[in-house]
Design a protein around this ligand. Structure first.
Ligand code: URA
Length: 220
């Protein structure tokens, strides 16, 4: 289902994902249909993003027989980190799939001239108790310049989280953003459903789908 491009970059390659991406890209798709298509793709991205979570073996009694099964290790901490505001679109699926995760919202908006992120919200409470065993999923549908992605990853790496335990999950990525993240943090994993052509002069992904936040929240 996935194509591996660079090391640690997984691109989902599946007809249902392509179909839903076409819905998302269409400028005539309304907000409801847009969010439904995004949710369908979110599940696939999330399965790929979480596939290396550590597990442990437990014995389970079925109505028929005792059997050994793998469950997610209870020795790990999981952080879901949506980048506000567009990243919120992934957070209900992420929380549904990993109900014990902690959610850290990362509030950044883009300076439209410099394209650099400006932080306005980051309330991480204290240090991580268990940094070696903490797994972080950063959520942002558009990996464009990579500037906010870089800041988000840095926010966790500087607190001792291992790069290899960080996944950046995006719907559409630009080559520029992938390059920025993979050069700075070669051991993180990027999971995306499509790599587009490039960025335009305003830092929007081409062909992309426009402003994801505006389309998700109907603020066009
Ligand atoms: N953010 C968006 O919402 N769209 C882009 O194309 C780039 C950044």
């Amino acid at each position: 289902m996935k194509t591996l491009t660079e090391k640690n970059v997984a691109v989902l390659n599946h007809p249902l994902i392509k179909h839903n991406l076409a819905v998302l890209r269409n400028k005539n798709t309304n907000t409801e249909a847009f969010n439904m298509a995004l949710k369908r793709i979110s599940y696939a991205l999330f399965f790929e993003a979480t596939k290396n979570l550590p597990s442990k073996t437990v014995k389970i009694q079925t109505p028929i027989k005792e059997t050994e099964n793998e469950i997610i290790s209870d020795e790990i901490d999981i952080i879901i980190a949506p980048i506000l505001r567009a990243g919120l679109v992934f957070s209900d699926v992420a929380q549904f799939m990993l109900p014990n995760a902690r959610i850290h919202h990362l509030g950044m908006y883009r300076n439209e001239e410099t394209l650099e992120p400006i932080w306005y919200y980051n309330k991480m409470k204290g240090k991580f108790k268990n940094p070696d065993n903490t797994y972080v999923f950063i959520l942002d549908p558009m990996l464009a310049t990579g500037n906010s992605g870089y800041d988000a990853v840095h926010n966790f790496v500087k607190q001792g989280i291992k790069e290899e335990n960080i996944v950046f999950m995006s719907l559409i990525s630009a080559p520029e953003g992938i390059e920025k993240l993979t050069k700075a943090y070669p051991d993180i994993k990027i999971v995306t459903s499509q790599i587009d052509e490039t960025l335009n002069e305003k830092g929007y992904i081409v062909p992309g789908l426009g402003d994801a936040g505006d389309r998700i929240f109907n603020t066009i």
